[in-house]
Design a protein around this ligand. Sequence first.
Ligand code: SAM
Length: 450
Amino acid sequence: MKSKVYIETFGCQMNVADTERAATGLRKAGYDLTTVAAGADVVLLNTCSVRERAERKVFRRINEIRSEAKRAGQLKPLIGVMGCVAQLEGEAIFQNAPAVDLIVGTQATDRIPSLIERAQGGEAAVIDLDERQEGEVWDVSPAERRSPYVAFVPIIEGCNKFCSFCIVPYSRGRERSRPASEIVAEAKRLQALGYKEIHLIGQNVNSYRPRVEDGLEGFAGATRFCRLLRAVAATGLPRIKFTTSFPRDFHPDIVTAIEENPNLCDWVHLPVQSGSDRILKLMRRGHKRSDYLARIERIKNSSRRLALTSDIIVGFPGETDEDFQQTIELVRQCDYDSLFIFKYSKRAGTPAAEFHDNVPETEKTARFIELEKVHRAAQEKIYRSYVGRTLSVLAERQSSRSEKDLSGHSTCHKVVNFEGDSSLEGEIVDVLVTAAKTNSLYGNLLQDQR
Ligand code: SAM
């Protein structure tokens, strides 16, 4: 009998992509994949360590899985920790959580089948924190993708930026870019399978620097990422999105490529982290407020209306009220369509963990609330401006709020809900927006579209 494996994913899109990749390898090696933890022979937790809260969640989950199996009178499944927490904490996990049998680092995804085999063979405390091996594939089987219409395509892994607050360079290693020829071939395969939208993903997609030119020949651009965008656009895939972009490497030619190609979607995610030059320097972001605003100006002046989203950290060590007011002012100036606000979380091993964290938790919370209020006011205005406009929406699934409604995304990456039946799932339809809600739009399907 084949073992049943359950994988639970925490954190970013890179983790979602790694889970899909791990599942592909496991299925190829003869394992069954299941979508529920109960009754699984192997439970893998694909973890996130970007903030302390995410990390704590994993240890809670390990205990829950062990107790659920006990209550059901089942043997404890083989428990594995993969992803960023695994890479960072390594052996220590075995001491802190003795129920764990297996630790799989961020670059060992393709070796999971043989690691499970070793653990099932009786080897205690199996661990692999090694680097990826040459020739390991990035391919994902369509059967393992979380959506039949929207696919994540990793183009770069790791991070070389070493922002002082961020754990990613330690958990995911240095940047490694995938050859463009492979990315384009995957985009074409996905299109043939009926996918309507792909997201080119990576910690910093616009730092894309493959070792080889393959696949970029004949495509112009100021950087290799700009050339890649044009190469992927040339496949004719209906919708191409990309995230996350790093401000310092954001060349204006990215906007030009979007203007030239309607299938490059009208959305840019450009995390700023702070509006204060003093804090940006302490964060080691490698850009000043003015550099960031120059990039925003190009985005705002585009001939297409581009949606703009960002990430901000409040309460970074040493952030004064004056620094914070500069962030508020920048947020007012940028008019973000969406903003992800995080309270600073100390990550052991990062340079900022050594800084004196003099912002009390209550102050971090107060800044979070104040910034959210400023952003919400701008967002409400932007969302209301869509009322009366027609958006092209990819119908992805039944809405979780109403059985009668479908839910999807616009090209500008807004959630749009509308009344429609399940036969429309996977179709790109026109929706007339009738109402703006918090974080989503509601509309009516324009008839006779099939
Ligand atoms: N590489 C991208 C960048 O920095 O532009 C984003 C990657 S990170 C996984 C996603 C977001 O988490 C960051 O943009 C940042 O706002 C937030 N983040 C990262 N480290 C953090 C920390 N120590 N405390 C709070 N938020 C953090």
